[in-house]
Design a protein around this ligand. Structure first.
Ligand SMILES: [Zn+2]
Length: 269
């Protein structure tokens, strides 16, 4: 999971979302705000709604490859997902910064689950259980990483060297950074779905082939515009985490050390 490059909505669409949000916020009762948020989001999150058509268009252009999910980078993103669930945080139901584009297999199990750091640093699961009264969750910073506002790869790394292609938290065990990475990996099932490490390993092979192709073209005398086509193709590939990690770990893995030694410019593309 990489940090998603920022993109803004047209100002009229931002205005529409603010208006939608204000109507929810105007309801004084929290329980009714939650119900209103669910109904209004369902009504508006449709292709026929011009604002949401633009929201989806912008989210699509922020995704890697062919509209790949911002969490797993593998499946097609087709669900506007709330980082802070709307059932717990109706004040963020129409908040652009709270939106991600996710696939069903990521969004489904995540659903309304959420946890925060309580004062003192302990993790509190604020997910509302069935039949629990609808009350505002306790305040606290998010445990789940937010790839639009922070870089997940500062908290975790992909195990390429060990050939597992699983995510591993990088901070000291039990630190907040460690807990955030662990929670995110677990909640989104980034290591639990067997096809994901397989797909990352395949992407690793494809990235190496593309980089080799680039080196051969450059050595064969290809001009800048021809080389640019290969660079752009690499940038559009899915599983961009694999590419980020190949560059970050290039000194640790002999075959990458060799490959990036032939094309050191690729380290800063
Ligand atoms: Zn996904």
């Amino acid at each position: 999971m990489i940090q998603i490059p920022p993109e803004d909505l047209p100002s009229d669409v931002r205005g529409t979302l603010r208006r939608y949000q204000a109507a929810v916020d105007a309801e004084p009762d929290f329980g009714k705000r939650v119900a209103l948020a669910a109904v209004k989001f369902r009504q508006r999150n449709r292709e026929t709604n011009l604002a949401f058509r633009q929201v989806r268009r912008t989210l699509t252009s922020m995704c890697a490859g062919a509209k790949r999910c911002m969490y797993c980078e593998d499946s097609a993103a087709d669900e506007v997902e709330h980082h802070r669930p709307k059932d717990l945080y109706p004040e963020h139901v129409f908040d652009w910064e709270n939106y991600l584009y996710a696939c069903g297999p990521c969004n489904g199990p995540k659903n309304n689950r959420f946890a925060v750091f309580a004062s003192g640093g302990s993790i509190v699961d604020v997910t509302r259980k069935r039949n629990q009264p609808v009350r505002p969750p306790i305040k606290g910073d998010s445990v789940l990483l937010h790839p639009r506002s922070e870089n997940p790869l500062e908290y975790m790394m992909l195990d390429i060297l060990g050939d597992t292609f699983l995510f591993v938290p990088t901070a000291v065990a039990h630190s907040q950074e460690f807990e955030r990475a662990s929670y995110t990996i677990q909640l989104l099932r980034l290591n639990q779905r067997d096809h994901l490490p397989v797909a990352r390993r395949e992407a690793y092979g494809s990235y190496k082939s593309r980089l080799t192709e680039y080196v051969l073209r450059r050595e064969g005398g290809a001009g800048n515009s021809a080389l640019r086509l290969t660079i752009d193709a690499i940038r559009r590939m899915q599983h961009p985490t694999v590419w980020s990690e190949m560059r970050r770990q290039s000194n640790l893995i002999p075959e990458l050390q060799h490959l990036f030694g032939l094309a050191p410019e690729a380290l800063i593309w």
